[in-house]
Design a protein around this ligand. Structure first.
Ligand SMILES: [Zn+2]
Length: 500
């Protein structure tokens, strides 16, 4: 068995301000940087990402792998046409070379499934179709997908098997790469494509409602696994990325195997009704801070507020100020001096100012940015204040939580600033607050705080739920809509509801 492997990862928030160009893929940032050739197999073997899981399974089976392109960039607005076409062209060139040079028995792709480019609504479907055109109908193509994939009819038609994550926070990425490998084995054992059943939901699901650590998603995925066992199939439920203005945005359930029809119908019924199981409690910044302050008086453990609409994992730039304004206006820092913390705010200029001034200095800052959100609106004004520099850092952070998988992230010159008793972790580069180390690297001990504000939607829960007394979700103005109904959709079909 000789398997061609490649990857393309981007989650596109078409309402966000910044596009992903070629430089964004070269840097990778939250992802490994762009690589091409046999090096991707060596680099990702044993890594906790989908292709890592696929490579591990291939090693166990004795399959040989032909590495091509692996390209990923942080969530943002559209992928540029230039970047996508370069990635696709290199992949196709490598595939043609591999076929001429020893042949290709199967293809595995490590995809996200919610990319949109400047020129294509469904670039993953297009990529699969171009690969299919090269290998023909008989060579199996399988891929792993993110739980937030907006799965299209084209993707399902072109691939022999698509496997999606079953956790959010995503702690089963490598397992999903393995699952794609098992779909390949099932397809090979059968000698033809497995039967597939597909049902699309008719409402969008907010990211905040998708967390599989809470009801109802936890029980839904338990049901999915039970149905797999009962029907000897492979079911998938991709909940969709509800900020991509494309015709096929939304949740999809699909399954493979002889019992797929029955299993997909059963899971569809569990997800579709009752609709109100998916409804959300979203608070204004002021309401969230008021409630957090009153709860904090009754517990020793921190109350965590998710600043979800500035989530850098979904197109935010970690620079909006609505939550900080609310903390200052409601004097949270005066109530609990040095025990209220917000992170991570990306502001390279303020971080440089703090480094120039040194620890203990008072500096006058203009922190954060008013950024475009949607429908011509902008987020809150920067915070103008006098801040004390509490600590400095070079921004190298080794992650310790379940989402970080021991990786090291570089945030550039960083600082802890004290603004009227509120500690703000300020970095030069953006990151999602998905690991407690993103507070600790500037001297903030999250466990000792009364109130934490995290720039994240759901991923923070993996590392923060164990220490939190309560978790609230706030809607401060920012580029990622917590409620899809707030967005000015133009491409969704009229039959698609914006809320459950
Ligand atoms: Zn995701």
């Amino acid at each position: 068995m000789r398997i061609f492997v490649a990857g393309f990862q981007h989650e596109t928030n078409t309402f966000a301000p910044t596009k992903a160009d070629w430089a964004a893929f070269e840097a990778g940032s939250g992802f490994p940087p762009y690589r091409r050739g046999p090096v991707i197999v060596e680099a990702y073997r044993g890594r906790g990402i989908p292709i890592g899981g696929f490579i591990d399974l291939a090693d166990e089976r004795g399959w040989s792998l032909v590495g091509s392109v692996w390209a990923g960039a942080n969530p943002s607005a559209h992928v540029t046409e230039d970047a996508f076409e370069r990635i696709a062209r290199e992949m196709i060139e490598d595939l043609q070379a591999a076929r001429a040079n020893g042949g290709v028995d199967a293809v595995y792709l490590d995809l996200h499934g919610a990319a949109v480019t400047e020129h294509l609504e469904d670039p993953e479907g297009e990529l699969l179709a171009r690969i299919r055109a090269v290998v023909g109908p008989e060579v199996p193509i399988v891929a792993s997908l993110d739980l937030h994939a907006n799965v299209t009819a084209q993707m399902l038609a072109q691939a022999d098997g698509l496997a999606a994550y079953r956790t959010y926070p995503h702690v089963d990425m490598a397992d999903t790469g393995r699952l794609a490998g098992r779909l390949l084995e099932r397809r090979l054992a059968r000698g033809e494509r497995e039967p597939i059943a597909i049902r699309r939901l008719s409402f969008l699901l907010s990211l905040n409602a998708q967390c599989t650590m809470m009801a109802p998603a936890d029980a839904v995925y338990d049901e999915l696994k039970a149905l797999d066992t009962r029907h000897d199939g492979v079911l998938n439920f991709a909940m969709g990325f509800p900020a991509a203005d494309i015709a096929e945005c939304g949740p999809v359930i699909w399954g493979y195997g002889d019992g797929a029809e029955v299993a997909v119908d059963a899971l569809f019924a569990r997800v579709d009704q009752p609709r109100d199981q998916w409804r959300l409690d979203l608070r204004s910044p002021e309401a969230a801070v008021r409630e957090a302050l009153s709860v904090a008086a009754t517990t020793d453990r921190p109350v965590v507020i998710a600043d979800t609409q500035d989530n850098p994992g979904a197109g935010g730039d970690a620079n909006t100020t609505g939550m900080l304004h609310a903390l200052l206006a409601l004097e949270a820092g005066a109530r609990y001096p040095g025990k209220v913390a917000l992170g991570v705010m990306a502001d390279a200029e303020v971080a440089a100012q703090a480094h120039a001034a040194g620890v203990g200095a008072s500096i006058d800052i203009t922190l954060g940015e008013s950024v475009p959100t949607w429908g011509g609106q902008f987020s809150d004004a920067p915070v103008k204040a006098t801040a004390i520099v509490r600590q400095l850092s070079d921004g190298k952070v080794t992650l310790k939580g379940p989402m970080g998988m021991g990786g090291t992230v570089t945030l550039g010159p960083s600082a802890c600033l004290d603004i009227q008793g509120v500690l703000v972790a300020v970095s030069s580069l953006k990151t999602q607050m998905l690991d407690r180390e993103f507070f600790r690297f500037v001297g903030i001990e999250p466990e000792q705080m009364k109130l934490l504000v995290n720039k994240s939607s759901v991923h923070f829960r993996a590392d923060f739920a164990p220490i939190a007394s309560h978790i609230l979700v706030a809607k401060a103005a920012g580029p990622m809509a917590a409620d899809p109904a707030d967005l000015p959709w133009t491409r969704l079909p009229a039959t698609m509801a914006l809320r459950p």
